[in-house]
Design a protein around this ligand. Structure first.
Ligand code: AKG
Length: 429
């Protein structure tokens, strides 16, 4: 059984103070030994907004099928509105365990985006599709909580910039150039972006629907959400709410929930307290920091057994830069070797975020034809293609096995050297 760990906590009051020194917390949470996740406690209004939104995941899932289908959007590869059974499980079977409702919580339309960009990146630049008649309260609750999670994430991004800039200027022994500082202005890049995407997730009770198939999948170790790295900048995540018959209930299986693969390859269970917002590091900031910040390999394990009829509901907010942002690793990081030891996935120098996201998505397609079908937004895709399309809006890349995202275990010797070097830099302050 995996160890349960508590995640590094940063009080909101500290985040609000731009001069607060969060070096230690950021090092422990996002540094080379960290899990790539921190939680923020004490955010005003957060508990009430979470309590208002998460039950709506259940209510949307309970709507008649034709209503849900009317809120599907194939042209965005199901990265807008309702998505169910479009992603694939590790076995290649369509994932019917969970349903997601996707939207950009900050804007409904993209009038300022040029036509070529909008049609190339339809998963980002397709208008929101709200169920204004079927579930009118969803839009307001989704936007309110989504905006709050982004606002707090921007504060965190600002501290991450400061942290990385300090480490890098210590490493080179001089202040960074203005250009280098601008490349590391994560907060500014995210504040200007129109590519954020939030996902209201509903994991159906493990013992509803095709019980035999579900039991076989859980017995085979199939996860509710497979191992992956988020390919955006930062992902805000609420703790999950379990619901039965419209009422909140305790989690039916203590081993269900979020798991993270740590830097030594050990899989641990991460607990997010209900009053905290968690932030996971994504590949974008990992690349941009030259590996000083590490992305989080994570998955969600299903409840193996328990009371019938209990669903899991949560909300993930993928904070992402504009598709045109050039993704660069800082030159000052070259000597640290940290970049060599991290999983930068399908990134290559010179790529924009949009190209990186596209490469990430296509990298997980089973065949070029499936990739092409999904890129064209065709609904007639294979489950594997659909799985990758699930990541297109900046959600997550869904690799086929844990080994795809556990690079630390094969690079441990090099990691140890880099860790020592970085530790010296941190303690040097
Ligand atoms: O359900 C969760 O707790 C996490 C969801 C997740 O990892 C994702 O949507 O990428």
């Amino acid at each position: 059984m995996a160890r349960k760990i508590s995640v590094v906590e940063i009080p909101y009051e500290q985040l609000l103070d731009p001069s607060a020194d969060l070096t230690e917390a950021l090092w422990r949470g996002f540094g080379p030994d960290g899990l790539g996740i921190v939680t923020v406690s004490g955010v005003p209004d957060y508990p009430a907004l979470r309590d208002a939104l998460l039950p709506l995941a259940q209510q949307f899932a309970d709507l008649p099928n034709d209503v849900k289908q009317a809120h599907e959007h194939a042209a965005s590869s199901y990265n807008v509105g309702w998505s169910h059974g479009k992603e694939a499980l590790r076995s290649g079977m369509p994932d019917t365990h969970k349903g997601s409702f996707y939207a950009n919580p900050l804007q409904d339309t993209y009038d300022g985006v040029d036509q070529d960009t909008a049609s190339r990146y339809r998963s980002y630049y397709s208008p929101n599709l709200w169920p204004r008649q079927a579930l009118p309260q969803l839009e307001g609750c989704f936007k309110q909580l989504g905006s709050l999670v982004i606002d707090v994430g921007l504060l965190l991004a600002q501290h991450c910039s400061k942290y990385v800039q300090q480490q890098l200027s210590n490493a080179v022994g001089q202040p960074l150039s203005q250009q280098e500082q601008a490349q590391l202005d994560f907060e500014g890049q995210l504040r200007r972006s129109s590519c954020h995407k939030a996902r209201l997730l509903h994991y159906f009770p493990t013992n509803c629907g095709d019980q035999q198939q579900q039991q076989q999948q859980v017995a085979a170790g199939e996860d509710w959400c497979g191992w992956h790295l988020d390919h955006g900048a930062l992902t805000g995540l609420t703790s999950a709410m379990y619901i039965k018959d419209g009422q909140q209930v305790p989690c039916p299986d203590p081993s269900a929930g979020l798991y993270i693969c740590d830097r030594s390859g050990e899989v641990v269970q991460a607990a997010i307290p209900p009053g905290h917002i968690a932030y996971q590091m994504g590949q974008v900031m990992a690349i941009q920091s030259g590996g000083l910040l590490r992305a989080t390999p994570h998955c969600v394990r299903a409840a193996a057994a328990g009371e019938p009829g209990v669903s899991r509901n949560t909300f993930a907010v993928f904070m992402q830069p504009e598709t045109s942002l050039l993704l660069e690793a800082p030159r000052a990081a070259a000597g640290l070797g940290a970049l060599l030891c991290m999983d930068s996935g399908h990134w290559a120098p010179g790529m924009s975020f949009g190209e990186f996201a596209e490469a990430t998505m296509h990298g997980y397609y089973a065949t070029p034809a499936a990739a092409a079908a999904a890129a064209s937004g065709s609904p007639a895709r294979s489950a594997a293609a659909a799985a990758a399309a699930g990541s297109a809006g900046g959600a997550d890349a869904t690799p086929t096995s844990a080994k795809d995202v556990a690079p630390a275990s094969v690079l441990m010797a090099a990691e140890a050297a880099v860790r020592k070097r970085l530790q010296l830099l941190v303690s040097h302050e």
